[in-house]
Design a protein around this ligand. Sequence first.
Ligand SMILES: [Zn+2]
Ligand SMILES: [Zn+2]
Length: 344
Amino acid sequence: MNSESHAALAAALWPDAKQAPVKVLECRHCGRRNRVQVPQAILEPHHCECGACGKPLFLAPHEPLTALASSAYEHSLDRKALAALKGIPGFPALMRWLVAQLGERSLRLLNLSSSVLCGEDQFPELVALLERSRQSLDLTQRPTLFLSKSPHANAVTYGSEEPAVMIHAGLLDQLDDPEVLYVLGHELGHMHAEHGLYRTVAVVMASGTQRLGAVGQVLSFPLQKALYKWMRCSELTADRAGLLACRELGSSLNVLMKLAGGHRPGVTRRTKMQLAPFIRQARTLAKLEEDNWFDGLLATLMTMDSSHPFIAWRVMHLLEWVEHGNYLEILAGHYERAKRTAAA
Ligand SMILES: [Zn+2]
Ligand SMILES: [Zn+2]
């Protein structure tokens, strides 16, 4: 990103520079507490140095977040919705049973027969981007990557035994490399936070395949509703992983804006979508959410045809995390670490 696009992004995010948030971050080298302007930390982290020891306050662009735990960035709404699901008597066992019936294996076979399996000799650029995202998040698990010809701008992750990420050509068409890093990081976040089991059931339910009937019969309407509500909240966690993988807020917001408004010829021929009005839209939503009606809406609406709905709502939550949550703390090296077994 050049300085001109930095300035444009800063103006879109913080039209009044005086209102831009400030944070106090501890230097991971010497422990000194430093006051930093959030815009500068977000847009030019490499220029942020510790006032005492002069060392960089933030990790280098693709320096791994060593042993990052998914709980370090898990959204509280995701955590709460998942706890509610797990609290339904018999639900976790039912999910495992359903996945066994549907079969991760059969989903995998379906992909093997209808999509392109990516590897070192097939779309190696895409595999390299997945690898970069994986290393930035310091994940040990390696999902299989599939490319599908679907025109729908989407990507999905499924499976818990053998996780797989599927990216649709319709999404890839619209993205540059940092944006692809964001999308793959988002999908890896689903895997890292162990969303695979429940999402597999939800993906099959939403896919409208023949299996839908069987799943629908087993899951009552309230159960389906709870599952979809969690599904939406799980996006908030995955969006954070996407940003942690690409570490470019502008690219992350661009992906979300493209998902919301489309980046189809009919759109781009008429106008270039602007980030500033879209951010204002998300901030307006933030005020509305305070009124508490949104949670009811979220629980009720079932946008079955899309696994990544409510884009402006996701933008709002991502900005909230960047400005007031622990995004910058994580990049400054302060985060919860996963316990790894010595043998690994
Ligand atoms: Zn220092
Ligand atoms: Zn997702």
